[in-house]
Design a protein. Structure first.
Length: 112
C-alpha cells in the first residue's frame, strides 16, 4: 500500500486516479453491443423517423434511426415496452424481445 508523507502528494495521487477513472467511464459498452447486433429489444417502425433519436423509456435506452429502433435489456414484458415505444415514435410493424417476436394480435394491442 502506498503511504504518503504529506497531504499534497495524497491529493495529487487521488486527482490523477479519478481523472483516469473518469476517462474510462466514458467507454460505454452499449454502442459496441448495438454495432454487433446484440440489442435486446428490436422494433421496425411503420414510417421512418425524420432524424435519429434516443429515448429512455422505463430504464431502457432506445436508439432509433430511419425505421429501426433497438433497445437495451430490460425486465418488462415485450408488449408493455412496445406500447411505450409506439407512444413516442409511432406505429410499429414488428417488435422482438430477445428471440421472441410479437405476433399480429399483440402488435395490434401495441399500436392500439
Amino acid at each position: 500500500m502506498t503511504r504518503f508523507t504529506n497531504r499534497t502528494a495524497a491529493g495529487t495521487f487521488l486527482a490523477a486516479t479519478l481523472a483516469v477513472a473518469g476517462a474510462f467511464a466514458g467507454l460505454a459498452p452499449a454502442p459496441a453491443l448495438a454495432a454487433q447486433g446484440t440489442a435486446f429489444y428490436r422494433a421496425e417502425l411503420a414510417a421512418p423517423l425524420d432524424a435519429p433519436r434516443k429515448e429512455v423509456l422505463n430504464g431502457i435506452l432506445w436508439n432509433c434511426a430511419g425505421s429501426a429502433c433497438t433497445g437495451t435489456k430490460g425486465g418488462s414484458r415485450a408488449l408493455l415496452e412496445c406500447q411505450r415505444l409506439s407512444q413516442k415514435v409511432g406505429a410499429i410493424v414488428s417488435f422482438a424481445r430477445g428471440d421472441e417476436a410479437l405476433d399480429e394480435s399483440a402488435l395490434a394491442r401495441c399500436n392500439g
